[in-house]
Design a protein. Structure first.
Length: 134
């Protein structure tokens, strides 16, 4: 799978991601492939950052025979460089999310505040309607 995208940036924050049909205008190129190494299948993600800023992102994945959604880490991609990520198992779906220009998500406070509440371990918190359980 290969895709190319352009970012909509407002006030140093990515507020939108758009498919870019013209590869020369793309801010980020993404290739996701499955390769065979010896007798094992491995998944390889290639991210080419064509911006002048470091990119941060998170990812979710699903694997064959497992209905759960799993978080996985993606290393920051430096400006003008390409990063490779790999997993030693097949992946059915990989979702890149929260693509951003800063290490923390824009609305994430470094410490808990009245608008950023973390429940205690013993507080039952029901999942939001339609939310995936991670």
């Amino acid at each position: 799978m290969f895709t190319r995208m352009t970012f909509v940036v407002e006030k140093d924050e990515i507020v939108g991601v758009i498919y870019q049909p013209d590869i020369s205008k793309a801010d980020m190129l993404v290739t996701f492939s499955q390769d065979k190494v010896k007798n094992d299948l491995v998944m390889i993600l290639k991210i080419e950052n064509r911006t002048k800023t470091r990119l941060y992102m998170n990812a979710l994945m699903t694997m064959p025979g497992n209905k759960s959604i799993h978080k996985t880490s993606i290393l920051p991609v430096e400006a003008g460089l390409t990063n490779y990520e790999s997993w030693p198992h097949p992946i059915v779906q990989l979702v890149l999310r929260e693509v951003r220009l800063t290490k923390r998500r824009p609305n994430q406070s470094p410490v808990p505040t009245a608008t950023s509440i973390t429940p205690t371990a013993d507080a039952p918190v029901p999942p939001a309607a339609g939310a995936a359980h991670l």
